[in-house]
Design a protein around this ligand. Structure first.
Ligand code: SAM
Length: 551
């Protein structure tokens, strides 16, 4: 029987020990499940190649070479006019940052022609626009070069298997050239193909070359090729997987407000800005003269280090004051702290994790953040229907996953995620999502919601898992209420999911400049069991052993 740690977290803790902090940036048990925080450290590069500039469409790029002097930034933050305001330190009180969002906090007075018509954009978004323009110019040049590569002959000679195994494999430039050439051929196949060659022969060459160039196993590369049918988006995605995301922090609104925190951090030598228009608590840290995870403000719990993506499932969950909420896979606790803040430290939030060492990090973090409405437990999430059946108003299931959305944090994902590994993961995810839905009270007066999220981009771990629970339980998908993200798949290759799957949201590093992520919000409709015949339909699909997703 698993041991339950029932610690009511009561007060702001003492200074955190190194042990307490261990879980926050360095996951202990599941290395891939790291979407709770953005480490400051850079990863090492395996391949020596030209890195692409990420195009931040809605979120920030880390390129921000000009660091305004702290003094200048403080003056700008002071114009917020929130110093004398006496609102409580809650999320709603952060509304005054609508004006904050529109101010120029970068200290960048550059007003070049390109900025014309950019009124209303954040400074960083203006910069982002310039980056877009530069990227477009680069792409034009690259396209022209590509044309030159294969203009000599209309058709393209497909390498033999000997050639494939030759020095080309280690010559990254030649490999990249061949990838471009083959992609060009596939884009205009009838005209460019070598007579007698099939499309699949070209796709096979491309597949192998992409594995060699980017360092992936064939299984995972195939999944990505299915996700982004061969074209520039696939390359953009693969390039983005090798680039660090911006360092971002979440303001703990139980202790401070974003403007106040920004001023304090700027005075310590950090260069920060509002992270994005859709969040009133996120700040992006462009640069810092002090360790972001060790300032007095950090130790006092005024903020947590969190990727912007990790704000999204909690925003979708929208926990209400006085509810009973479960964070089923909570460690290291970044999202639990956010849930507690939205509940204004009222009601009860259960922070559970199957890993005891990671659970200890949750206790440390919640103490630091001043959370006093939490119960920390150490259970296998699948046990909850037995422990507290239909006991919760809302549940967040931030499921353990392949981490294919956060490859920049853990490059080992590229080689370790094979068919068996992914199958093991979606099997657990299906068991957890059933347990989660069975632990929700459909009759809750204020809630009855489950949010399912992963830091994976694979359909098997996302849409297919949600589609499975829709078949097995009385529940339906509802709007996440999130401003950004692209729709989840309803049709994916041969698969036909429930049409409501379009209400789910996907996030990609190359599109949103945040970690690859998935969010679904589900409303439980009844506490009654579904009839067995309907349940069997879901079961049969799972038995196919492909996660309901055709290769
Ligand atoms: C994606 S991480 C959670 C991150 C966390 N929500 C946050 O934002 O800080 C997934 C977590 O699931 C936990 N886990 C794995 N299997 C579990 C299970 N069967 N029941 C509960 N937790 C589990 C892992 O220990 C890991 O901490």
């Amino acid at each position: 029987m698993p041991k339950i740690v029932t610690k009511k977290v009561k007060k702001v803790g003492k200074k955190r020990s190194a042990d307490d902090m261990a879980g926050e940036d360095a996951p202990v048990v599941e290395k891939m499940a790291t979407n709770g925080s953005v480490p400051v450290a850079k990863k090492s590069k395996k391949l020596v190649k030209k890195k692409k500039v990420i195009k931040p469409k809605r979120v920030l790029a880390k390129e921000e070479p000009e660091i305004p002097t702290p003094k200048k930034k403080v003056a700008l933050f002071e114009q917020d006019g929130d110093d004398d305001e006496a609102e409580g330190l809650d999320e709603a009180a952060d509304d005054d940052f609508d004006t904050f969002d529109n101010d120029d906090f970068s200290g960048d007075s550059d007003s070049s022609d390109e900025d014309d018509g950019d009124d209303g954009l954040l400074p960083v978004e203006k910069k982002s626009k310039k980056l877009d323009q530069k990227a477009a110019a680069d792409k034009r040049l690259a396209d022209e070069e590509l044309q030159l590569n294969i203009a000599d002959s209309e058709t393209y000679h497909l390498p033999t298997s000997d050639e494939l195994d030759s020095a080309l494999k280690t010559d990254l430039n030649a490999l990249k050239g061949r990838i471009s050439d083959v992609m060009q051929v596939l884009g205009d196949f009838k005209k460019r193909k070598e007579p007698g060659r099939s499309r699949s022969e070209y796709v096979d060459v491309l597949h192998k070359d992409l594995c060699s160039y980017y360092g992936y196993n064939e299984y995972l590369m195939e999944r990505f090729m299915n996700l982004f049918p061969i074209g520039t988006e696939l390359i953009e995605f693969l390039d983005a997987n090798d680039v660090q995301r911006p360092v971002t922090i979440r303001t703990n609104t139980m202790k401070t407000r974003r403007g106040e925190l920004a001023r304090a951090l700027i005075n310590r030598g950090m260069n920060v800005d509002p992270a994005a228009k859709w969040t009133k608590v996120g700040l992006v840290v462009y640069d810092s003269q002090v360790p972001v995870g060790a300032t007095p403000e950090y130790l006092a719990g005024h903020y947590t280090l969190q990727g912007l993506n990790s704000l999204l499932p909690v925003m979708a969950l929208a926990p209400q004051p006085n509810e009973v909420v479960l964070d089923m896979c909570a460690a290291p606790g970044g999202k639990t702290g956010h849930i507690a803040a939205l509940m204004k430290n009222t009601g009860t939030v259960f922070a559970n994790d199957a890993s005891l060492p990671r659970g200890r990090a949750v206790v440390g973090n919640l103490h630091r953040l001043g959370v006093n409405n939490a119960v920390v437990s150490n259970l296998d999430g699948r046990m909850f229907p037995k422990v507290y059946r239909q006991g919760f108003d809302r549940i967040l299931l931030d499921a353990p996953c392949s981490g294919t959305g956060v490859i920049w944090k853990d490059e080992s994902v590229k080689m370790s995620r094979d068919k068996i590994d992914i199958q093991r993961r979606w099997t657990l995810q299906r068991e957890l999502i059933l347990a989660a839905i069975d632990s929700i009270d459909a009759k809750s007066k204020t809630g009855g919601y489950l949010v399912y999220s992963t830091c994976s981009v694979l359909v098997e771990e996302n849409e297919a898992v949600v589609n499975y629970v829709l078949k097995k339980r009385h529940c339906k998908l509802v709007d996440t209420g999130l401003e950004i993200g692209v729709e989840g798949f309803v049709n994916f290759r041969e698969n036909r999911f429930h049409p409501s799957l379009k209400l789910t949201r996907r996030y990609y590093p190359h599109v949103h400049n945040i970690d690859g992520f998935f969010v679904a919000k589900i409303k439980k409709l009844s506490n009654k069991k579904m009839d067995e015949k309907k349940e069997d339909e879901g079961e049969n699909e799972a038995e196919q052993g492909n996660g309901g997703v055709e290769a």
